[in-house]
Design a protein around this ligand. Structure first.
Ligand code: PEP
Length: 249
């Protein structure tokens, strides 16, 4: 049985004053059945860790470097995220692939570094609109998954299906399209990892998840939760999404 997971990606949003949103979220959802991870910008990691202490909520980073330390100005090592209290890290988000030219090989190397630091990687993959329109979605997902996965099957892993065209746009795939993508990813994971380890991987959907569409998305087979961007910034919205995930069982 995979525990459901709701991950909030704050992206490049959030100042110290915004940490109060977490108190509101915790007050409204004091004991979620699902696992909840908050991924704030690096500047807020330590203060968020303080805020999440003695709560069921976990902390996550939004990226890490492939190396454990070194001359990489502006980068952050997985060991530093762990040191700040994180237990998860988002890797290969389409914004990083687009803005920083991250290839799947780099994502796989980052996932290895994350695991070496004891973090659970949340590996993001997803097709562009042109790829979907061209009928290439499943092939793109197969290719990105195969090349982004770290070696080894003995540590936890999360994969987020995030259609690029759905991120921040208010558009989402139909439940049938999400079911097709997640079913495909589960079978591809079994090819790469073997059936047992593949069954343990949590598959998140990400892309314009909101309180109004969460229940329909969480009802889709093989959806183990969500990676939420914009709606994770508002405690009421993210709280409603968490409640929806809990209700989906
Ligand atoms: C994301 O950033 O991963 C994301 C899914 O964003 P949004 O929920 O805003 O579409």
């Amino acid at each position: 049985m995979r525990q459901k997971l709701a991950a909030g990606n704050w992206k490049m949003h959030g100042l110290a004053a915004d940490l109060a949103a977490i108190d509101a979220l915790r007050a409204a959802n004091p004991a979620p059945a699902c696992e909840v991870v908050i991924c704030p910008p690096a500047t807020l990691l330590a203060r968020m860790a303080e805020r999440l202490k003695r709560s069921p909520y976990c902390l996550g980073g939004q990226d890490c470097h492939v190396a454990a330390k070194g001359a990489h100005t502006g980068d952050i090592a997985a060991t530093m995220l762990a040191d700040a209290g994180a237990s998860f890290v988002i890797l290969g988000h389409s914004e990083r692939r687009a803005d920083h030219g991250e290839t799947s090989a780099v994502v796989a190397a980052k996932a290895r570094a994350a695991r070496a630091a004891g973090l659970v990687p949340i590996i993001c993959i997803g097709e562009t609109e042109a790829e979907r329109d061209g009928g290439r979605t499943l092939q793109v997902l197969s290719d990105q998954l195969a090349t982004s996965l770290p070696d080894g099957t003995d540590a936890p892993l999360v994969v987020a299906y995030e259609p690029v065209w759905a991120i921040g746009t208010g558009r989402t795939p139909s439940p049938a399209q999400i079911a097709e993508a997640h079913g495909h990813l589960r079978s591809q994971l079994a090819r790469h990892l073997g059936a047992g380890p593949a069954a343990a991987v949590r598959l998140l959907y990400g892309g314009s998840v909101k309180p109004a569409n969460a229940a329909a998305i969480f009802a889709v087979a093989e959806v183990d939760g969500a990676l939420v961007g914009g709606a994770s910034l508002a405690a009421a919205d993210f709280g409603a999404i968490i409640a929806s995930l809990d209700a989906a069982g």
